[in-house]
Write a protein of this length. Structure first.
Ligand SMILES: *Cc1c(COP(=O)(O)O)cnc(C)c1O
Length: 424
């Protein structure tokens, strides 16, 4: 399948009159259609709710769009909780799925009446000590260990993952929590990341549903929800078949009817905490070719760098690139597309066949809407870009301004000549 950008060269030429490259651009129309499709896919479940994984794209404007569709926020840090609060998402609209949690964050989550999803059995005591008593409604994160397989393919390695409680621990946790007055329970697991298969959620659901039935039988816990968490992936590669969310929803429904309904648990709500699936394809990084270099290889230098998008440098992740205005040109040039960091892994593409690129060409780096801007850092003193929203009516809204040198130096206000640093 050919990957098409959601923005044209003509549009970008207009945008750069006001906002210089590099910038992140998000597609409001795509975001809305996708969240609607997700809700439709799970409409068979009365209590269904998506808690958007804020860490994927922590932008209040985008979260507000999702809020219109009933989404809550999945948070795991103090500032994520603060952002969630700021967009009016509190109480049962926050799932606090943290790990290695500082007590201040448990306190903040409790102040906002968030649902606390415990990563570890030792946190029962910590939460009890911090809050005086356990909240009425709580959840536990489960990690069955071993490998997670779909037919014969290993999808991921829960046994190597730091998250969640063992089977023994979650049974013990439910017993203890019930004794300590918890009345409503949830279970959560996140066993594989960026899965591009319609089988992941149904298989995870089977594990969690069967565990829920046993937990209820053995501990008498009143299980109100089962949280399938994140992990539904997106096709970063042009030849990958995208997930079909309707099939995924139906797959989960089938398991629900096979396992939960006969156990008298047909009123359990299904929750999800998707991040990548909600935003990934609906964001791109737009950057300009500013240098070309011909040495042992052919290099195109762009004005974005790994500070703006870390996934290629960090994971060797593939992000498709379109040269705007050359969408249909033949890809007959072999390039490394690089940023300007003093780090040889600062490359958006290595040995990529692309149309001939000239200085001044605009490149769209696809599928950066999740875990893109959010992972940004400031190495080499590089500054983070603006985030822009391409609205449904075709207009552009700035949803985060670009960082300035003043922002970068702001934490040096303890330095004697700070004033000189921030002069612009
Ligand atoms: C990262 C994360 C998610 C979202 O994961 P995606 O792969 O973006 O869907 C959901 N829940 C928790 C607890 C996470 O850490």
């Amino acid at each position: 399948m050919k990957k098409q950008p959601f923005v044209t060269l003509e549009q970008v030429k207009e945008i750069v009159k006001e906002y210089p490259t590099p910038f992140y651009l998000y597609d409001e129309k795509g975001i809305r259609a996708n969240v609607q499709a997700l809700n439709d896919a799970f409409s068979w479940n009365k209590g269904y709710k998506e808690y958007f994984a804020v860490k994927a794209t922590p932008n209040p404007f985008l979260i507000q769009i999702l809020r219109e569709y009933g989404c809550g926020c999945d948070c795991s840090s103090m500032t994520e909780l603060m952002m969630s609060d700021a967009v009016g998402s509190t109480g049962d609209d926050i799932m606090f799925s943290s790990n290695d949690t500082p007590v201040e964050e448990f306190q903040k989550a409790a102040d906002l009446n968030a649902i606390i999803n415990l990563d570890d059995i030792t946190h029962i005591e910590i939460v009890e000590e911090t809050l005086g008593k356990l909240p009425k409604k709580m959840s536990c994160r489960y990690n069955p260990g071993g490998t997670f397989k779909i037919t014969n393919d290993i999808m991921d390695n829960p046994g190597d993952s730091k998250y969640g409680m063992t089977r023994e621990q979650i049974f013990e946790a439910f017993r203890v929590m019930k004794e300590k007055g918890v009345e409503e329970f949830g279970i959560h697991a996140f066993l594989a990341s960026n899965t591009v298969t319609n089988e992941y959620y149904p298989m995870l659901a089977k594990i969690l549903f069967e565990t829920a039935v046993e937990l209820k039988k053995e501990t008498g816990a009143d299980i109100k929800f089962i949280n399938l968490s994140g992990g539904i992936g997106i096709p970063y590669l042009p030849d990958q078949e995208p997930n079909d969310i309707m099939k995924i929803g139906e797959g989960v429904r089938k398991v629900y009817e096979e396992v939960l309904v006969p156990a008298g648990m047909g009123d359990v709500a299904i929750y999800t905490e998707l991040g990548r699936f909600m935003m990934g394809p609906y964001g791109c990084l737009v950057t300009k070719a500013i240098n070309e270099k011909h040495t042992h290889k052919e290099y195109i230098g762009v004005d974005a760098c790994a500070v703006n998008l870390m996934r290629p440098a960090m994971y060797g992740a593939y992000h498709h690139i379109t040269v705007l205005g050359k969408e249909n040109a033949v890809c007959d040039h072999l390039y490394d597309v690089t940023g300007s960091l003093c780090e040889n892994n600062d490359k958006f593409a290595i040995d990529r066949m692309l149309p001939e690129i000239e200085k001044g060409d605009y490149l769209v780096i696809h599928d950066t809407g999740a875990h893109g801007f959010a992972m940004g850092y400031n190495y080499n003193g590089k500054l983070k870009s603006a985030e822009l929203l391409l609205k449904e009516d075709g207009s552009i809204q700035m949803i985060r301004r670009a960082e300035t040198a003043k922002d970068y130096f702001a934490t040096f206000d303890c330095f004697p000549i700070y004033e000189k640093m921030i002069q612009e």
